[in-house]
Design a protein around this ligand. Structure first.
Ligand SMILES: Nc1ncnc2c1ncn2[C@@H]1O[C@H](COP(=O)(O)OP(=O)(O)OP(=O)(O)O)[C@@H](O)[C@H]1O
Ligand SMILES: [Mg+2]
Length: 323
């Protein structure tokens, strides 16, 4: 175990980008108040959110040297995200806020059982574009992660492909997490697939993207289009991972405290655990174990990253074992 700690102390630079949102988390009542009424709820809190931000924080809490790349609004929500990332020691060396942009916020209604419902606007969000990749400082970066690729509206289709291709040209490995595409633009990921080393979709997203139903067929479809490693997230059933040589299921871990409080950001924590493990040279099955363990911790508290503290916590969970 000491070897794991030592490995995580190595400075490894991961550039992370993707969805960046301010979440207003509400412990939702069974019914919403009628117009003119008010209702007491157990908790309302503000939290950093969006797949990209959540994964960056999840990596920082594991001691990984990580930067977050974004183009956001010069507004209260943008300032909040900047403060949060700085507080978590996420570097902002490819970060810009400007008045003509709007930073996205969402109201997240969390039910007693941990299920979520969202109220959100369609515009705004991280406006990072290919141009920002072309002018980026790549030295020292070993891995690039794109969290919630469909939310980067200025980096779709051939532009995303070109950005990942550029990363590869700098010797940087790449990973992409999908997100449900509310614009129904699933195919905009296809040109980028040959440049994706690790694709980490949820089962629902992978089904929609590929048209296949079971994880093996999904992985075969994606390998056929150039993805090297596919890891399909299966919620409480853990994950299924596949390369052209190997494939296996990896079960979920028991949730600390024994109760799922909020599944917000489970998939994003999963990506953070996975990337952290790969950066310290863990083999693929072990990286998927780290991913499942870090995600099981994430679902134990309200908010995407609230429960994620440090790498000792991950090591303890790995020792506790799977469900
Ligand atoms: N009930 C649970 N118990 C233990 N682990 C869980 C549970 N639910 C989810 N997880 C962990 O979280 C991971 C990601 O969950 P899920 O498959 O829902 O991904 P996702 O849809 O991308 O999540 P998100 O909605 O956060 O983006 C799972 O692979 C698993 O490791
Ligand atoms: Mg997800």
């Amino acid at each position: 175990m000491a070897e794991f700690y030592a490995q995580l102390d190595c400075p490894v630079s991961v550039a992370c980008t993707g969805a960046a949102v301010v979440d207003v988390l509400v412990r939702a009542p069974r019914t919403l108040p009628a117009p003119g009424e008010s209702k007491i709820v157990d908790a309302i809190s503000l939290a950093p959110g969006g797949c990209g931000i959540n994964t960056a924080i999840g990596l920082a809490r594991l001691g990984v040297d990580v930067s977050f790349w974004a183009r956001l609004g010069a507004d209260g929500a943008g300032d909040f995200l900047r403060n949060q990332l700085e507080g978590h020691r996420v570097r902002l060396d490819n970060w810009q806020q400007s008045p003509e942009r709007t930073t996205k916020s969402a109201v997240v209604l969390v039910s007693e059982s941990g299920e979520r419902a969202f109220l959100r606007t369609s515009g705004g969000g991280n406006a990072l574009s290919l141009d920002d990749f072309e002018h980026a400082e790549w030295s020292g970066i070993r891995h690039l992660h794109v969290g919630g690729c469909y939310s980067l509206r200025r980096l779709l289709d051939v532009d995303l492909a070109q950005a990942l291709r550029l990363a590869r040209a700098y010797g940087v490995t790449t990973s992409v997490d999908t997100v449900w595409s509310h614009d129904d633009n699933w195919d905009t990921l296809l040109p980028a697939l040959p440049w994706v080393d690790h694709l980490l979709p949820s089962l629902a997203e992978a089904r929609r993207l590929t048209g296949e139903q079971d994880p093996e067929a999904i992985c075969a479809w994606l390998h056929g289009r150039g993805v090297t490693t596919v890891v399909v997230k299966l919620g409480a059933r853990g994950a299924f991972f596949s390369t052209t040589q190997d494939r296996a299921a990896s079960p979920a871990f028991a949730v600390p405290g024994g109760r799922v409080v909020d599944t917000t950001g489970a998939g994003d924590a999963f990506c953070a655990g996975y990337i952290a493990a790969l950066q310290v040279g863990r083999p693929l099955p072990e990286a998927v174990r780290w991913a499942n363990a870090w995600a099981a911790i994430a679902v134990s508290a309200l908010g995407a990253t609230t429960a994620l503290h440090d790498r000792e916590q991950l090591m303890d969970r790995l020792e506790e074992g799977v469900i």
